[in-house]
Design a protein around this ligand. Structure first.
Ligand code: KG4
Ligand code: ZN
Length: 338
């Protein structure tokens, strides 16, 4: 008998629902919230309201596109945290209601664990899934971590940011040069036309495998301020080179620690995940390093890098196989470690 899981993601500003059947993706519907663009960042209360409007149509569409009936669904998985509490509440409440109404189990999901497990989503029989253990560099808007993945649920964080996340560094610097929110993809586009060696920004010296990005952000802002004093058109005249140099620095910071992590753990299977793993410069650099250090690389498709329901559904699938269900007293949690 097939196992069919509905996954709901609502931790930040994207409402998403997906259907996974026996590990294969049948649908993955994402409603982005355009409302935040004019504020230059996510406004939590608006995000929560938009989730309320989106959740039913998004789930309906996921079921329709998958070509299944509601009664085929064996369990509903939802993001318990971490994320914005108001946003998480919408998905949590919906999932509880859906589970009760359809008399199926409820499965709580850790958003970060789900980002890592995108590597197990199958779209066709040729998809090559990672072997355990592997290292995953999880780089998103809220998190920057190096994780040893020993099993689907046995993950150990061996390095983490002590301040801003890599995605935040992209977004905040992008905002300061007038790029729309979220800035990461815009920086990526401009960087492709620029020379990464034009400007030099500072790399932090942080102990062990941890990261820091707030120094780079400050350095970037002061650098802009000083140059704008001399030339008010500095940004528009240099936008491609600014983006290329900034992106290069972020990638180097990320890669320096990943190389050390691989050497220390002697793990050569390397995966990346999270929104920033869509970055074309990061992927190119990782491929170069992969050749140098003889790494086996696992790079997610772009559609699985940013927040999506498929990652919740695949994690739910493995929890279902493990009979790891939640009861209805489960609550959304803004801070949620694994
Ligand atoms: O994983 P995600 O959707 O949300 C969180 O869980 O945080 O990641 C969003 C982050 C944003 O900071 C966005 O700017 C960044 O991913 N991002 C990128 C790219 N695409 C998305 N950063 C750099 N280059 C990209 N191509
Ligand atoms: Zn995320």
């Amino acid at each position: 008998m097939s196992i069919t899981i509905l996954g709901i993601e609502s931790s930040c500003d994207d409402t998403s629902a997906a259907i996974i059947q026996d590990g294969f993706l049948l649908s993955n519907v994402i409603a982005n919230q355009a409302i935040h663009i004019k504020y230059g960042g996510v406004v939590p209360e608006l995000a929560s309201r938009a989730h309320q409007q989106n959740i039913i149509p998004v789930v309906d569409e996921a079921i329709t596109v998958a070509g299944i009936k509601k009664s085929d669904i064996n369990a509903i998985a939802f993001t318990k945290g971490p994320g914005l509490l108001g946003s998480l509440l919408v998905g949590t409440s919906f999932a509880k209601g859906f589970a009760l109404a359809n008399n199926i189990p409820l499965i709580e999901i850790n958003h970060l664990q789900a980002h890592v497990l995108v590597h197990f989503i199958k779209e066709n029989n040729e998809d090559k899934l990672p072997d355990f253990p592997f290292l995953c560099l999880l780089v998103s808007g809220g998190h920057t971590q190096i994780i040893i993945v020993r099993n689907y649920f046995e993950m150990e964080i061996i390095g983490t940011t002590i301040d801003d996340a890599a995605g935040e560094a992209f977004d905040k610097c992008a905002k300061s040069i007038g790029l729309p929110y979220p800035g990461g993809p815009h920086v990526d586009k401009h960087a492709q036309q620029g020379n990464k060696h034009t400007f030099k920004f500072t790399k932090p010296r942080i102990e062990k495998l941890d990261y820091s990005f707030s120094g780079l952000k400050t350095n970037f802002l002061y650098f802009l301020r000083d140059n704008l004093k001399q030339n008010e058109h500095f940004i528009s005249e240099n936008i491609d080179n600014l983006c290329a140099s900034l992106q290069y620095t972020i990638i180097e910071i990320l890669m320096d620690k990943l190389i050390i992590a691989s050497m220390q753990t002697e793990i050569k299977r390397i995966a990346i995940a999270g929104g920033v793993s869509a970055n074309s410069g990061l992927k190119a650099r990782l491929s170069e390093l992969g050749a140098t250090y003889d790494w086996t690389l696992h790079i997610p498709k772009n559609k699985f890098t940013t927040d999506n329901g498929a990652m919740i559904a695949i994690t739910g699938y493995y929890k279902y196989l493990d009979h790891n269900f939640s009861n209805h007293t489960v609550a959304a949690t803004a801070r949620y470690k694994f």
